[in-house]
Design a binder for this molecule. Sequence first.
Ligand SMILES: *Cc1c(COP(=O)(O)O)cnc(C)c1O
Length: 377
Amino acid sequence: MEDTMEVPFFDLNYGQEEEEAALETIRSGWISTGPKCEEFEDKWADLHDMEHGVSLSSCTAALHLAMRTLDIGPGDEVIVPSLTFVATANCVRMVGAKPVFADVESLDQWTLSPSAVADAITDDTQAIIAMHYGGYGADMPAICGIAEEHDLFVVEDACHGPMGQRGGQMLGSLGDISCFSFYTNKNISTAEGGMLLTDDEAVAERVRVLRSHGMTSTAYEREDGQEFYDVKEYGYNYRMDDIRASIGLAQLEKLPEDIAKREKLVKRYRENLGDVDGVRVPFSDYDGRPSNYVFGVLTNHPDRVRLREQMGERDIGTSMHYPPVHQFECYEPFSTSLPITEEIGRREISLPLFHNMTFDQVDYVCEGLQECLHVTA
Ligand SMILES: *Cc1c(COP(=O)(O)O)cnc(C)c1O
């Protein structure tokens, strides 16, 4: 093996297919929300066993509209994980409700703990947002069971989990609403973009209206002869456009291969790191097929900033998922003690994982990590 081998943290899976798809849409003369968005919505909903898909400008928009269409607002509480991207909690604040942070299950299962959720329920609780960390599903049967018992909504932040499964069930098909992101570094990318899925036709219809200023018909629909629109409630501009949707359709063709490839790479990581002293690899007895959006491990390195520098000196890109949301300054009023989340937040390092990574690169990353841990031991 060479002394230095550049291993980026992520590499975009774009090529001629995406270029041609975008060009075709540009040449068609219709570039805003239209037939490509509809096709992308139908395919994404089908893939995740859901009735309705609504394409949006981001997952943040999807989460916000989930809160809006479930009529969550001031005085309401929503139970959320803290070991997630901040948007999972921001959407609760965007409608003026209170995020109630619950811990994850364990140092091996980094998703929302059903018992912590049960403990966090009050008379004001309206909904639970579960996040499928790294494409490994949260315990949805347990979470949905608790929700049913207390008459709560369940929203899935499924950004990490496209085409993922747990216990034979599709992630993103189990809650009242599920939200996906097509941001640049996700399993599939449209640069920016998102999608909301639901089986509830009324919710889907309201999301379509709210994504477009609250207008009862859009430019594309008015092409079909509708002359006028009304505005029944204030909305946003949260639309996806057909250029992005056509890129999304090209990316969708590549998704099964992306997931299969990531699965092999993660298997290699697990083989390499399984018995390394000072490294703990989570989700080791996961029942199902994860999407492997990111691969995070815990280390016993005393200083993660230094560890990431040491990896950088070996030309290895790393990241961290996540700084716990309840420890951000603006979440101080909602802060609480979450020992497992806090420990993961201190010790986690995300290692490179992308579609065209090689086994040699995985081995190089693992050797590098071992050296870095050894040096400080
Ligand atoms: C990426 C991500 C988001 C935000 O998605 P955007 O499309 O960038 O708004 C929300 N939640 C999780 C868990 C994410 O990973």
